[in-house]
Design a protein around this ligand. Structure first.
Ligand SMILES: [Mg+2]
Ligand SMILES: [Zn+2]
Length: 237
């Protein structure tokens, strides 16, 4: 908790310095010096950037059951908790990014989503693991119009990037659907497709589509736990 707060404080103070320097630069006060300073700060900021793993929720962490909002329906995919704990221990920030169009469809409310996420973190905490933050998109274009956060759009990733000063090139997006993989690619992170949930279908779809870029870019893992082992041991990206 403390480390996270320190990191946020550091990020905001550096951001403030940037804003000041930009003002100085615009006012043409010793422009050469300001530009050099800016370069230094960019470098320092990059050094302090954190790496993250963005996890899809349904079909990646838990068994896919279509529009889950009740704690009673929550079922962990084996070793998901272990995987999240490993990522925590290896210094990754761990985020959930989940499309929850059930809210837009009126199937459940945002408070259901929040309650479920609190439950997940309580379960994780009991085993010494945690999700650093949950991001969800409650929209659907047919019901609420377009938004910036519904995957494959990168809104949720970018919100985390801004708040936590993330190095997306050293980060991963793990999920079971094409939208997860596309989000990872668009954000400049390494996408990993898990074969749980809709993963097998997604893999079949990628193979059939003969999309060379997609099939060469996507890393495939049996499960979240296997994906985690690949990240930690294989040095992906
Ligand atoms: Mg999914
Ligand atoms: Zn959205």
């Amino acid at each position: 908790m403390r480390a996270k707060n320190n990191n946020q404080a550091y990020t905001s103070s550096i951001n403030e310095l940037f804003a000041l320097l930009h003002i100085y630069t615009k006012q043409r006060i010793n422009i050469q010096k300001c530009n050099t300073l800016l370069l230094h700060f960019y470098y320092i900021r990059r050094c302090f950037m954190r790496k993250a793993v963005f996890l899809d929720r349904d079909g990646t962490i838990n068994v896919e059951k279509n529009y889950i909002y009740d704690v009673e329906d929550w079922e962990w995919i084996p070793d998901s908790i272990k995987a999240i704990k490993i990522l925590n221990q290896k210094g990754f920030l761990v985020f959930v990014i989940t499309n929850q169009s059930g809210v837009a469809r009126g199937l459940y409310s945002e408070s259901h989503v929040i309650t479920l996420h609190e439950f997940i973190n309580r379960e994780l905490e009991r085993q010494g693991a945690k999700i650093d933050e949950f991001y969800y998109c409650p929209h659907h274009p047919d019901f609420t119009g377009e938004c910036d956060c519904r995957k494959p759009k990168t809104g949720m990733v970018m919100n985390a990037q801004e708040k936590y000063n993330l190095n997306l090139k050293k980060s991963y997006v793990i999920g079971d659907k094409l939208c997860d993989i596309k989000t990872g690619i668009s954000a400049g992170a390494t996408p990993i497709l898990v074969r749980t949930g809709y993963g097998e279908n997604t893999l079949l779809h990628i193979k059939k589509s003969k999309d060379m870029f997609m099939s060469q870019t996507v890393v495939v893992a049996k499960s979240l736990y296997e994906a985690t082992k690949t990240i930690v041991n294989g040095g992906l990206g």
